[in-house]
Design a protein around this ligand. Structure first.
Ligand SMILES: C[S@@+](CC[C@H](N)C(=O)[O-])C[C@H]1O[C@@H](n2cnc3c(N)ncnc32)[C@H](O)[C@@H]1O
Length: 389
């Protein structure tokens, strides 16, 4: 692995505390936990996990940059999609995993400009630290909108309106499965000489086995080569919960990933697990636990299937570039005059990052799942690829 930046002594001590916590759980579980449990603890253990502790994660001083952090045009474009859903449902907005609060801020300011503010903007956030940052940001940048914001601890029983999540599904703990010589194994984590190491167990039952049996390319089931990939039961379960909650409206999830045929492509035999540490991407999830982000790409076929099983309708699947164009990104850009290059040129650079196939335009997708909505969602009017899932 390339040399990664050294952590500070405090950060190192923090990571050692996370290491002890996970090691303790492995010990208590007879020496083995699933990778999904490892990921859950490393990211979300209260007060210690990567998202739960007070580290800077987003933007230049953190580990990675998400679309809302990159450009206000992202949230402003989504506001046009939100406006349609609010008009049709008269409902509210619920954002899952709101990060620094930037998307919520840009979206609500644009809806205010459009005269279409919802009564409530609810945020469901696992991390107590991020929740505080979101509150501070809204209070500082749009105090007049703060009364419309509500932070939730759990999903509401019933909801009408727009449910939104950017880069949330990829942050949900994924199970790892290896297919080798006709057998299936779950990859988990054990400890050897104080270090985390991989340890496989035969898959003998349950939903993971059922899905693993249905998935990998035939050549790998019978062949000698190993094929490892992820199955995200947590993300599927979350979509089912959203489906049960939604009475009328749209669920819009944006993330990086593909449909199953590309996800489980014969050539993607090492899976999609990625780690982000100070703007370096690498593949060692055991490096400095608690200090780095762990993510797996999203299998949008599995997301669509779980959602439709819960009564939702797949009403759009498009590249981020197509979605944003449909939502009026170019019109938003044209609000700034090229005669003002100091403002205009940075916006053009942001649009390029959001839209270019070499950056976020193609790998990132938007998926829309609806209930009791008659119109095609604005973001999917052209370039819809639902039929590929
Ligand atoms: C990669 S960050 C993305 C943050 C933000 N949406 C953005 O685009 O900048 C993932 C976010 O999802 C949150 N998250 C993950 N699983 C969640 C869950 N089950 N419920 C609520 N939030 C969750 C994390 O705490 C974090 O805020």
């Amino acid at each position: 692995m390339a040399l990664l930046p050294e952590p500070s002594p405090e950060a190192l001590a923090h990571s050692e505390a996370v290491h002890r916590l996970i090691a303790g759980e492995i010990g208590a579980a007879d020496g083995w936990i699933s990778f999904a449990r490892f990921m859950e603890l490393a990211l979300y253990a209260p007060g210690l996990g990567y998202y739960s502790a007070g580290l800077d994660k987003f933007g230049a001083g953190g580990d990675f940059v998400t679309a809302p952090e990159m450009s206000a045009l992202f949230g402003q474009s989504i506001a046009n999609q939100a406006a349609q859903v609010l008009r049709l449902t008269g409902g509210d907005i619920l954002e899952i995993g709101a990060g620094s609060g930037k998307l919520a801020l840009d979206l609500m300011l644009e809806l205010e400009r459009l005269g279409q503010l919802p009564q409530r903007y609810c945020i469901l956030e696992l991390s107590a630290d991020l929740r505080q940052r979101q509150q501070a940001r809204i209070k500082h940048d749009a105090p007049h909108l703060l009364p419309r914001f509500t932070w939730l601890d759990t999903l509401p029983q019933r909801f009408n309106g727009l449910v939104l999540g950017n880069e949330v599904l990829d942050a949900m703990p994924a199970h790892l499965v290896t297919w080798r010589a006709g057998q299936m194994f779950e990859r988990g984590v054990t400890i050897e000489e104080g270090r985390f190491v991989w340890c496989e167990r035969p898959l003998t039952g349950g939903e993971l086995l059922r899905q693993a049996q249905a998935l990998p390319p035939a050549g790998f089931v019978s062949g000698a080569a190993a094929y490892t990939s992820e199955i995200n039961l947590a993300a599927q379960g979350f979509m089912r919960s959203l489906g049960q909650m939604l009475e009328q409206g749209l669920i819009l999830m944006l993330d990086y990933g593909f449909g199953a045929s590309e996800y489980y492509h014969p050539q993607r035999g090492a899976g999609t697990l990625m780690c982000h540490y100070r703007h370096h991407a690498h593949d060692d999830p055991f490096f400095l636990p608690g200090l780095q982000d762990l993510t797996a790409h999203v299998d949008f076929s599995a997301i669509a299937q779980a959602a439709t099983e819960a009564g939702l309708v797949l009403s759009g699947y498009a590249s981020q570039a197509n979605f944003l164009i449909n939502c009026g990104l170019t019109e938003l850009l044209s609000r700034t005059s090229p005669e003002d290059p100091g403002t205009y040129l940075p916006l053009v650079a942001q649009v390029q990052k959001l839209m270019s196939p070499a950056e976020m335009g193609e790998l990132f997708k938007a998926i829309a799942l609806s209930k009791n909505m008659q119109e095609t969602p604005l973001g999917f009017t052209r370039g819809d690829r639902s039929h590929t899932l």
